[in-house]
Design a protein around this ligand. Structure first.
Ligand code: HEM
Length: 479
C-alpha cells in the first residue's frame, strides 16, 4: 500500500489498530504499547500515528548503532512532530554546518569547567528550595523537580540567581513553558500538523516583534496560543536586551550561557544573529525542563519502591560530606552509587521513550531500505529492558549492576540519545539531579501511596516526554 509518497510494502509490518488508536496508545502509555508491539510483531515495526511521519521502530542494539550513525545530510530534524515554537534556528532542528557550529558553541557551556563552576550555585538554589519544605507538606515530585530545574536553568542561562530580574525571567519562562507544553496546545498543534503549527506560531511572534507591541496587544490574548506568543515576545525582549548588553561590555566574570552565546562566533567568524541566540536559549530552557521533571519523577518512584537504595545513597552522601567538610555539590555529583541509581532509573524508565531521525534521503538501516519521509525510531526503553543485553533481571531496579559492569555501550543505554545528536545538556542535567536528590534524601523522608509496594502509575505525555500519570505525590517528613 502507498500513502503519500511512501510505499508501506517495503517497511516493517504495521499494527492492525487505527492510526488514531496508535497515537493515543503511544501518548497514554508508550512503555506498555511499545512492549506490546514488540511481542506482537517483533523487533521491527512501523507505527503510523496522525500528523507524524511514519515511524519505523528498530529494536536491536545493532540497529541502534546504525541509526546513530546515519549521516547528517540524510536527516532533517526540523521535521520532527514537535508543535512548539522555540525558534527554527536552534541546534536541535538545524543541520549541516549550522548544527555543528551550534554544538561547538553550546557544549562547553554545559560541560567541563563552566559546569563545574556552577555546582556550588546549583547547590545553593537546591538548598534554598528544599529547606523551605515543611513537615507534612505534600508535593508532586515531578513538578517540584521541574520547578527547581527552572530556577537552575534561569541561573545557568541568564546568570540571575535571585532578585527582581530573576523573578521576572522565571515568571515569563514558567508561563511560556506551561502554555506551550500543556496538553491542549500540544494536541491542537499535533492535529493541525506540528511543523505547520510551529510556523504559524512563529509568524505571529514575528508579527508581534515587528509591531513592537509587547504586553499591550489584546488581540488573540484570550486564546492560549495568543498568550503563548505574547509571553514569548516579552521573554524575547528581555533576552535581546541582555544580548546587546553582553556585546557592549566585556565581562570576564560572567559564566552564564546567554553571555557566551552572545559573544560566540560561528565557523565563518560572524557573531550569531540575535534570533539564533534567542532560539538557542529557549532550546536550552525547553530541552532541560520537562525532561528533568520526568527523569526526576521516575527516579523518585524507583526510590520509593527501594528504601535500601535510599539508605545506601544517604550513607554515601554522609561519608562525602564528612570527607569534604561540608556539602560539596561537585563531589556529590561524582558519587558512584548515586550515579548508578540514577542511571538504573533512566535505563528502566527513560523520559524520552524513543529517539527519532527524520529521513530526507533513502537510507539503508538494519537491512531495510527506508525511504525519505519516514522517521527512524530507536527506543532507550525497549533496549533498556532487553534480557540479552541486561541479563535475566533486566526488569529489576538494581543500581549495583552499574558498579559490576564497566559503564554501558552508547547503543545499549541512550536516555540522552546518541551519535552526532546526543543531548548537549546531559552533564548539566545529571549534575543537578544528583545534587537535588542527594540533598533531598539527606534532609527528608517521603511517604507516598507508591511507597514499598508494586503499585505503578501509568504514563502521561508532556511536551514529548513521558512522565508518571498523576505525578508522584509525596508527603515530606523532615529528618
Ligand atoms: C534529564 C534531562 C534531559 C534528557 C532526558 C534529555 C534528553 C535528550 C534527548 C533524548 C535528545 C535527543 C538526542 C538524539 O536525537 O539523539 C536531546 C537533545 C538535546 N538536548 Fe537534551 N535532555 C535533557 C536535558 C537537557 C538540558 C539540561 C539541555 C540544555 C542545557 C538539553 C539540550 C539539548 C539539546 C540542545 C539537544 C539537541 C542536540 C542536537 O540535536 O544536536 N537537554 N536531549
Amino acid at each position: 500500500m502507498t500513502v503519500g509518497a511512501i510505499d508501506f510494502a517495503n517497511l516493517p509490518k504495521r499494527p492492525r489498530e487505527s492510526r488514531l488508536r496508535q497515537g493515543m496508545s503511544l501518548s497514554k502509555g508508550p512503555y506498555e504499547y511499545l512492549t506490546q508491539k514488540v511481542n506482537e510483531i517483533g523487533d521491527a515495526f512501523t507505527l503510523t500515528v496522525p500528523a507524524s511521519p511514519p515511524m519505523v521502530f528498530l529494536n536491536t542494539v545493532e540497529a541502534v548503532k546504525e541509526v546513530m550513525a546515519i549521516p547528517g545530510d540524510h536527516i532533517d530534524q526540523s521535521r520532527m512532530p514537535f508543535p512548539i515554537d522555540i525558534g527554527e534556528k536552534n541546534t536541535g532542528f538545524l543541520g549541516g554546518v549550522e548544527h555543528k557550529d551550534g554544538r561547538k558553541i553550546l557544549i562547553p557551556n554545559v560541560n567541563s569547567e563552566r559546569l563545574k563552576a556552577r555546582a556550588a550555585d546549583m547547590y545553593d538554589i537546591i538548598k534554598y528550595r528544599v529547606d523551605q519544605l515543611q513537615e507534612g507538606e505534600q508535593i508532586d515530585m515531578t513538578r517540584f523537580v521541574g520547578d527547581v530545574t527552572l530556577d537552575i536553568a534561569c541561573f545557568s542561562l541568564t546568570g540571575h540567581k535571585a532578585g527582581p530580574v530573576k523573578d521576572r525571567y522565571k515568571y515569563l519562562m514558567a508561563r511560556w513553558l506551561h502554555l506551550s507544553t500543556n496538553n491542549t496546545m500540544f494536541m491542537l498543534g499535533t492535529m493541525v500538523g506540528a511543523t505547520r503549527w510551529r510556523h504559524r506560531m512563529h509568524q505571529r511572534y514575528q508579527n508581534k516583534l515587528a509591531s513592537g507591541r509587547y504586553g499591550r496587544e489584546k488581540r488573540f490574548y484570550f486564546t492560549p496560543w495568543g498568550r503563548a506568543v505574547e509571553l514569548k515576545a516579552q521573554l524575547d525582549q528581555m533576552l535581546r536586551n541582555d544580548i546587546r548588553k553582553a556585546r557592549a561590555e566585556s565581562n570576564n566574570d560572567r559564566n552564564d550561557i546567554l553571555y557566551y552565546l552572545s559573544i560566540a562566533t560561528d565557523s565563518t567568524g560572524a557573531l550569531l544573529s540575535e534570533e539564533r541566540v534567542i532560539a538557542e536559549s529557549l532550546a536550552v530552557l525547553f530541552g532541560g525542563h520537562e525532561t528533568s521533571a520526568g527523569t526526576g519523577g521516575f527516579f523518585a518512584l524507583w526510590l520509593l519502591k527501594h528504601p535500601q537504595v535510599c539508605a545506601k545513597i544517604r550513607e554515601e552522601v554522609t561519608a562525602c560530606i564528612e570527607a569534604q567538610g561540608g556539602f560539596n555539590g561537585l563531589a556529590i555529583s561524582e558519587l558512584r552509587y548515586l550515579n548508578a541509581a540514577l542511571m538504573e532509573s533512566q535505563r528502566l524508565s527513560p523520559t524520552i521513550f524513543a529517539i527519532m531521525r527524520c529521513l530526507v534521503k533513502d537510507t539503508q538501516v538494519a537491512g531495510y531500505s527506508l525511504p525519505s519521509g519516514v522517521g527512524v525510531m530507536v527506543s532507550p526503553y525497549l533496549i533498556g529492558r532487553r534480557k540479552d543485553v541486561w541479563g535475566e533481571d533486566a526488569d529489576c531496579f538494581r543500581p549495583e549492576r552499574w558498579l559490576e559492569r564497566k559503564g554501558a555501550k552508547p547503543y545499549e543505554f541512550f536516555p540522552f540519545g546518541g551519535g552526532h545528536r546526543t543531548c548537549v545538556g546531559l552533564n548539566q542535567a545529571r549534575q543537578q539531579l544528583k545534587i537535588l536528590f542527594a540533598y533531598m534524601l539527606l534532609k527528608t523522608e517521603w511517604d507516598s501511596k507508591y511507597k514499598n509496594n508494586d503499585v505503578w502509575p501509568s504514563q502521561r505525555s508532556i511536551a514529548g516526554t513521558t512522565q508518571p500519570e498523576g505525578g508522584v505525590p509525596i508527603t515530606i517528613h523532615c529528618r
